[in-house]
Design a protein around this ligand. Sequence first.
Ligand code: F3S
Length: 81
Amino acid sequence: AFYTKVDQETCISCGACGEIAPDIFAYDEEGISFSLLDRNEGAVEVPEDLADNLEDACEECPTDSIMLAEQPFAKHAKKGQ
Ligand code: F3S
């Protein structure tokens, strides 16, 4: 199982992730990406059939802002904590 969320501190709104994985990523009013699955909490499992798209998006993100984990991300956790 995979969980994902976007590091919104480093996302530069390049737009690749939403192009590649529109069922997972969308953009806020500033163009910063977030996970649609659970408003970027990273706590909802990525559906199996979207896993390939997710991996592609990860690879294409120029700032490596798409975080992937096999465990749910802790609620409201910030990177580095
Ligand atoms: Fe941002 Fe990377 Fe997507 S820079 S818009 S998270 S591909």
